[in-house]
Design a protein around this ligand. Structure first.
Ligand code: AMP
Length: 289
């Protein structure tokens, strides 16, 4: 029966019952305020796992003081209804003490793909993500977990941690879902005013402009990134980074491209007012139709 749980004991009981029946479990970790991007992850999980658990937890360890933990959108009732309608078997509404016990004293600190890009601006962030994902994996022991390419660096960090710590979870990457206006869906979009939302369209446009220039023959990484940054600054959006990296290891792209650049990804993070937006796309696959 599809339902929601708050208590860890209830979650683990349900998990044990599924194990006894030989059923596999897919986990979709989220911070709530669900949208169609999250629901697509549930669909991916359902395609491979017998039972799907959606966790909803605003993980305090991935926010620094002064970041938007307090104003992060919360909508638990609606989240449960949406997740269950999308096919989740269980929504795990995690109270803080169900994830980290009082005497918790361990952190998972990723390096490698966790360095650069986001971590230059949010140095605490991937330690928070890796620690909570390790904890969720250890508690639920899912066979599958789905993560969105919207958070491309996070996906890479999770793949690495899963390998390094031998969790044996099959990590499934889900494509980034955009709105009709091409803006990447994000829970934080709820905190944009209508004027900011209009301006935020410069984020996908910055990717589009760089992709188009590449398609038209521009081969200088510096020029491509500068084009993207200019789109953002012309719209009054503060750029944290706009970089071209190799998709496989997130190392910087060569300064001069060859024209056969199938493994390259544009990564952007920018502030629209106080709302931080991230987006990305493959260099040879423009984000907007
Ligand atoms: P969040 O609730 O923002 O922490 O995201 C939970 C999961 O949903 C992460 O794996 C995200 O990458 C994924 N996600 C968030 N937004 C999107 C989107 N627009 N398209 C695809 N996946 C997404």
């Amino acid at each position: 029966m599809a339902s929601s749980v708050y208590e860890l004991e209830n979650l683990l009981e349900r998990r044990a019952a599924w194990s006894r029946l030989g059923l596999t479990v897919g986990l979709v970790p989220t911070m709530g305020a669900l949208h169609a991007g999250h629901l697509s992850l549930i669909g991916k999980a359902k395609a491979v796992a017998d039972r799907v658990v959606v966790s909803i937890y605003i993980n305090p360890k991935q926010f620094a003081p002064g970041e938007d933990q307090e104003s992060y959108p919360r909508d638990a009732e609606n989240d449960c209804a949406q997740a269950l309608a999308a096919g989740a078997d269980l929504v795990w509404l995690c109270p803080p003490d169900s994830i980290y016990p009082k005497d918790w004293a361990t952190s998972v600190i990723p390096s490698g793909v966790g360095l650069g890009l986001e971590s230059n601006h949010r140095p605490h962030f991937f330690t928070g993500v890796a620690t909570v994902v390790a904890r969720l994996f250890a508690l639920l022991k899912p066979q599958f977990a789905v993560f969105g390419e919207k958070d491309f660096q996070q996906l890479k960090v999770v793949e690495q941690l899963n390998r390094d710590l031998c969790f044996g979870v099959t990590i499934i990457a889900a494509p980034l879902v955009r709105g009709v206006d091409c803006l990447a869906l994000s829970s934080r979009n709820r905190n944009l005013s209508s004027e900011q939302r209009e301006r935020a369209l410069a984020v996908p446009r910055s990717l589009q402009v760089a992709c188009s220039a590449y398609a038209e023959g521009e081969r200088s990484t510096q020029v491509l990134c500068q084009l993207g940054r200019s789109v953002l600054s012309d719209s009054g959006i503060a750029v944290d980074y706009f970089e071209l990296v190799k998709s496989s290891d997130l190392q910087p792209a060569p300064r001069e491209l060859s024209g056969d650049d199938t493994d390259l990804r544009l990564m952007v993070a920018a502030l629209c007012g106080t709302v931080r937006l991230i987006d990305n796309c493959a260099l040879d696959t423009p984000p907007c139709p």
